[in-house]
Design a protein around this ligand. Structure first.
Ligand code: 13P
Length: 250
């Protein structure tokens, strides 16, 4: 039985004051959650968030990482640094990184390796654009995104990882995938990985992301291959995020 997870991706939002209020409310509201709860604040706030989360069950994650281990990479942050400040999860290959910052499958796979090799848990984000969906390329695009990681890092590396299916057309648009659309892609991801290792595929958590709200979370999370959500906008409001977390409880 896979434990459901709900991860908040705060993207480039918040301030020290906003975050403190948000995290305080989440800590209080998530105390009895049987589903896992995690938040991914911007880099500069991670250290302080780790302190605020110290006595809670809420897990800390980062939104991005450098593929290199250390050195002359001005402006970058390494996996070791993220571990040092208390992160457990690291998002790799978020669609905003892919489309706005030119990260291709090869770079995402290298970032995945950097995270995995430091003992952190990568959250590998995959998903197709609207044009790709409309031209029936969804499976092909997602297969290539998965295969780049499996080829470089090996199927065993997925044991510690989470996959997040985030159709680009659903992110921040209010157009969420239907539960059946999400289920179909999640099942495809699991089936493709099962071709390499059935046990790892069966135990892998696959989260859905893209306009998840209180009004649609429960029906999405009820699908057999949807193991929770990666939440953007709705993770910035404590009551909404907690309601989504509640929808992930059995
Ligand atoms: P929204 O929930 O705002 O659509 O964002 C989803 C997302 O990109 C989470 O990583």
């Amino acid at each position: 039985m896979r434990r459901k997870a709900v991860i908040g991706n705060w993207k480039m939002h918040g301030s020290r004051a906003d975050n403190a209020a948000l995290i305080e409310a989440i800590v209080a509201g998530a105390a009895d959650s049987s589903a896992e709860c995690a938040v991914c604040p911007p880099f500069v706030y991670l250290h302080e968030m780790a302190r605020l989360l110290r006595d809670s069950a809420i897990v800390l994650g980062a939104q991005n990482v450098c593929a290199e281990a250390q050195g002359a990479y001005t402006g970058e942050v390494s996996a070791a640094m993220l571990k040092d400040v208390g992160c457990h999860y690291v998002l790799v290959g978020h669609s905003e990184r892919r489309t706005l910052y030119g990260e291709d499958n090869a770079l995402v796979a290298r970032k995945f390796v950097a995270v995995h090799s430091r003992g952190l848990a990568p959250v590998l984000c995959v998903g197709e654009t609207l044009a790709e969906r409309e031209t029936n390329q969804t499976q092909q695009v997602i297969a290539a995104q998965l295969d780049a990681v499996v080829t470089l890092c090996g199927i065993q590396s997925l044991e510690q990882a989470v996959v997040a299916y985030e159709p680009v057309w659903a992110i921040g648009t209010g157009h969420t995938a239907t539960p059946q659309q999400a289920q179909d892609v999640h099942a495809f991801i699991r089936q493709r990985l099962a071709g390499q290792d059935a046990k790892i595929a069966a135990e892998l958590r696959i989260l859905y992301g893209g306009s998840v709200k209180t009004g649609n979370a429960r029906e999405l999370f009820a699908m057999s291959d949807v193991d929770g959500g990666l939440i953007g906008g709705a993770s910035l409001k404590a009551d909404e995020f907690l309601a989504i977390l509640a929808a992930a409880q059995p």
